[in-house]
Design a binder for this molecule. Structure first.
Ligand code: TXA
Ligand code: MG
Length: 343
């Protein structure tokens, strides 16, 4: 198959997306931008279409896909029930980087759901994604656009490299605005349980007067045989081939000294904030921006670059776990395969 590339970075005329929507209706795969990361999408209601996603990504068949909708009327078709707390979350965080798990109606094939009877639903806040769903008039199942285990696709060059020839269309909407995947939650016993942290933080939810718990596997490793609330937690994610380590201290001087100390004994690449560039002795550095938002925006493309360097170890400056920091931490700790030092 030849993938058709569509440049929508500056395009304001969305009618070309009608052709892409037709491909969705025909059961084909399409890569499209969202505000979090790119998605590799297909008709969520057709099992053969969903299966194509698993196969293109090399994804385990028990790891369910997020279903994307563009208007609230689509939700009733897909889920059994929406309770008061869920309604409040929807009102406040949709459209946006926020995914809620519901009890699924029969209409969604179990292939889309990795065999579960629940469905993760999100209404993205990206005009291209919205138009595509509207034109196809179908819910679109879409995991992040990356080969399973690799960092999520946030830049079109990386995506083309992995998926050219495997999908019908690749829509370029520029580099992903947020850069990290959505917050995934499930409401259990009138509390919100965060299963994957994202831009919508614990505090953002608590401000609505809703109690929030963070699932323990957000920051720690899943034990063998342990039952998890979200299958994605079990799998290896984001880790480059080169060994990575995260080092963090609230005391910046301590963090810098430790990183320099570890660097002395081996060849390292340091992923650091722009302002810290000259404080490290190591020659190789990837700069990640200064704010946490910039860090989030750049981290996946940085992780994709590290294997190009000939080093023994990649050291990544850590973050505090406040706000979007928890989401960054959650991705980094996986990229480092839990090789983490906090001083
Ligand atoms: O921002 C995002 O969420 C992006 C964009 C494309 O929307 N999508 C994304 O999808 O990150 P994916 O498949 O890479 O991650 C979905 C996560 C996985 O960890 C999966 O296990 C979990 O959500 N998930 C999906 N359905 C679930 C369900 N029914 N119950 C529990 N976890 C679920
Ligand atoms: Mg993913």
């Amino acid at each position: 198959m030849i993938s058709k590339y569509i440049d929508m970075q500056k395009e304001k005329n969305y009618t070309i997306l009608q052709d892409v929507a037709q491909a969705i209706k025909d059961g084909e795969l399409v890569i499209f931008p969202t505000e979090t990361v790119y998605g590799i999408g297909a008709n969520a209601l057709e099992k053969e279409a969903s299966k194509k996603i698993y196969s293109a990504k090399g994804r385990a068949s028990d790891n369910p896909l997020i279903v994307h909708i563009s208007k609230i009327e689509m939700l009733q078709e897909l889920v059994e029930e929406v309770n008061e707390i869920e309604n409040k979350l929807i009102e406040n965080f949709w459209p946006g980087p926020f995914t809620i798990i519901f009890k699924a109606k029969e209409i969604i094939p179990r292939e889309t759901l990795g065999g579960l009877d629940t469905v993760a639903i999100r209404m993205p806040d990206n005009i291209i994604a919205k138009k595509l769903i509207d034109y196809s008039n179908l819910p679109i199942a879409a995991p992040s656009a990356n080969i399973s285990g690799r960092p999520s696709g946030t830049k079109i060059e990386d995506i083309i490299q992995e998926f050219d020839g495997k999908v019908k269309y690749i829509i370029d909407g520029g580099s992903s605005n947020i850069g990290l995947e959505s917050t995934v939650v499930r409401v259990i016993d009138n509390k919100v349980r965060i299963l994957r942290p994202g831009k919508v933080s614990k505090k953002d939810i608590e401000e609505l007067g809703i109690p929030v718990e963070i699932d323990k596997n957000v920051i720690s490793q899943v034990e063998k045989e342990e039952k998890v609330l979200s299958p994605g937690m079990k799998y290896r994610h984001y880790a480059p081939n080169t060994k990575c380590m995260m080092i963090y201290s609230k005391n910046k001087q301590k963090m810098i000294s430790k990183i320099n100390e570890v660097s002395e004994k081996q060849k390292t690449l340091i992923i650091c904030r722009n302002k810290n560039e000259n404080l490290y002795n190591s020659n190789d550095k990837i700069l990640i921006g200064d704010t946490k938002e910039e860090f989030a925006h750049n981290i996946f493309s940085a992780l994709r670059k590290v294997d190009k360097y000939d080093v023994d170890l990649v050291i990544i400056e850590g973050v505090d776990k406040e706000g979007i920091g928890l989401a960054i931490f959650n991705r980094l700790i996986r990229a480092c395969e839990y090789n983490y030092l906090e001083l």
